[in-house]
Design a binder for this molecule. Structure first.
Ligand SMILES: Nc1nc2c(ncn2[C@@H]2O[C@H](COP(=O)(O)OP(=O)(O)OP(=O)(O)O)[C@@H](O)[C@H]2O)c(=O)[nH]1
Ligand SMILES: [Mg+2]
Length: 269
């Protein structure tokens, strides 16, 4: 275990007795009751992978639980930010470190059990053939097991319809938080500045990759309700996402449509 302090966050690294094929990056804020079962499931699904948790001083003791788990099991990192930041900032910390550690494959997923560790293997399989993989809630084979939380799903569907209207239906799930990247794609992504982004990081990052020559491949996932704890979404985050989507539409994509870019690439393949 060592500590780095030069990038304003602390990194705790726990050595692994295996040659890691990749890393799963998980941002956490107050996910104490979710995190340990998640870490166990990921380790049993992908025993040769590292896990990196990026925590923002969660007051419920998430980081302490992660530390205990990592001391016992090894094979992972805890990135501890000095204060509550944003989703974009947390991902940037994790992704930049993953690149520095030279992981070939990097997957992002939520800590709240809405993404199933059992589906990681599919993402990994596809990542070996393509640079960007999106776990999608809106393909015909996608599913949701907890039908009682329709309001959340409806809101998410509306957000995706709106983004589909702005940027095209080539991507069905613009706001998925379950995604995989090759080292090459993530290196490109980290040339952007995402530190101030909240939820908008999820679609802005996809748009950025598409503009820079990558064609994300979607695979169906089952999306579950968070196991325990509370959503970090807020009105501010919704407005920030709306604002960012409009700016991107009118500033960056005035001339070229995303659908157009993707169709052209498919024709040239
Ligand atoms: N480090 C860090 N993690 C965050 C932050 N905001 C959200 N997260 C984590 O990012 C993941 C996604 O956040 P959620 O609150 O689940 O967002 P959501 O999936 O849209 O909402 P629900 O599933 O309805 O709760 C979770 O693992 C959160 O703990 C943040 O500011 N910093
Ligand atoms: Mg969630």
């Amino acid at each position: 275990m060592y500590e780095k302090n030069n990038l304003s966050y602390r990194l705790y690294k726990y050595e692994y007795p295996f040659q890691a094929l990749g890393v799963v990056v998980i941002p956490t804020y107050n996910e104490a009751d979710n995190i340990l079962p998640l870490l166990n499931s990921i380790r049993s699904t992908l025993p040769q992978w590292c896990i990196m948790v990026v925590d923002d001083q969660s007051p419920d003791g998430t980081a302490e639980r992660v530390t205990t788990w990592l001391k016992e099991h090894g094979g992972g990192f805890l990135v501890s930010n000095p204060k509550k930041t944003s989703l974009g900032f947390a991902y940037c910390c994790g992704f930049r470190l993953a690149l520095m550690e030279k992981f070939e494959f990097i997957i992002q997923m939520d800590a709240d059990h809405s993404h199933r560790p059992a589906e990681l293997s599919q993402i990994v399989g596809l990542l070996k053939k393509t640079d960007v993989v999106v776990g999608s809630r809106y393909l015909s084979q996608s599913g949701s097991e907890n039908h009682d939380w329709q309001a959340k799903l409806t809101f998410s569907k509306l957000a995706n319809r709106f983004l589909g209207f702005l940027f095209g239906r080539s991507i069905k799930d613009w706001t998925s938080g379950f995604k995989g990247y090759s080292h090459k794609a993530l290196t490109q992504l980290m040339e952007g500045h995402w530190e101030r982004r909240t939820y908008s990081f999820q679609f802005a990052s996809l748009l950025y990759l598409i503009r820079n020559g990558f064609t994300p491949k979607e695979i169906p996932i089952v999306f579950d309700r968070r196991l325990t704890g509370f959503s970090k979404n807020s009105l501010f985050i919704i407005f920030e996402s709306l604002w960012v989507s409009l700016i991107l539409k009118f500033r960056l994509f005035k001339k070229t449509s995303i659908n157009g870019l993707i169709q052209k690439r498919k024709r040239n393949q």
